[in-house]
Design a protein around this ligand. Structure first.
Ligand code: DAT
Ligand code: MG
Length: 152
């Protein structure tokens, strides 16, 4: 199986609810190797670029507010960006994360255990994990400069 890189973001709900260590622990247990890590203050431009494939969705405006912490009323735009490398890293990270909708995520996955849907209907699913090879490559490049990643 191919060695891949994938992007993980600890979303503002994840850091606010003190789930950062738990996510890192689960990805460690999945056998993935961290090759990049940094705190990012997410600009509107970065948020829109990251989610550009969803720009025509009705929930897009809230999604931008969510990844920037605004949806939850946080004053900063704090996101922890992590890059992981490993065999089938994209699939392993997605499996550890669980389904997008926390209500449908399997028990024991990060989202299944800790995600929730607010009364306003917004998903709080703790983390972002790249969905496929094309997205992973684009997203790692969007969030990290080449010299911020360990060489493989
Ligand atoms: P994932 O984060 O599992 O890759 P996605 O890329 O389809 O899922 O969507 C990105 C984010 O958008 C997701 O983490 C939460 C939000 N989202 C997706 N579908 C949604 C929906 N039907 N209603 C509300 N928010 C949604
Ligand atoms: Mg996605």
């Amino acid at each position: 199986m191919a060695v891949e890189q994938t992007l993980i973001l600890i979303k503002p709900d994840g850091s606010h609810r003190r789930l950062t260590g738990l996510v890192i622990d689960r990805l460690d247990a999945a056998g993935l190797e961290m090759v990049g890590a940094k705190m990012v203050s997410v600009t509107e431009k970065l948020a829109r670029e990251h989610y550009r494939a969803l720009s025509d969705k009705p929930f897009f405006p809230n999604l931008i507010r969510y990844i920037r912490g605004e949806f939850h009323g946080f004053k900063d735009h704090r996101v922890l960006a992590l890059a992981y490398r490993g065999e089938n890293a994209i699939g392993k990270a997605r499996a550890a994360a669980g389904a997008t909708n926390p209500e449908h995520a399997a028990p024991g996955t990060i989202r299944g255990s800790f995600g929730r849907i607010t009364t306003a209907g917004q998903f709080e699913n703790v983390l972002h994990a790249s969905s496929d090879e094309a997205d992973a490559e684009r997203e790692v490049r969007l969030w990290f400069k080449p010299d911020e990643l360990l060489e493989g």
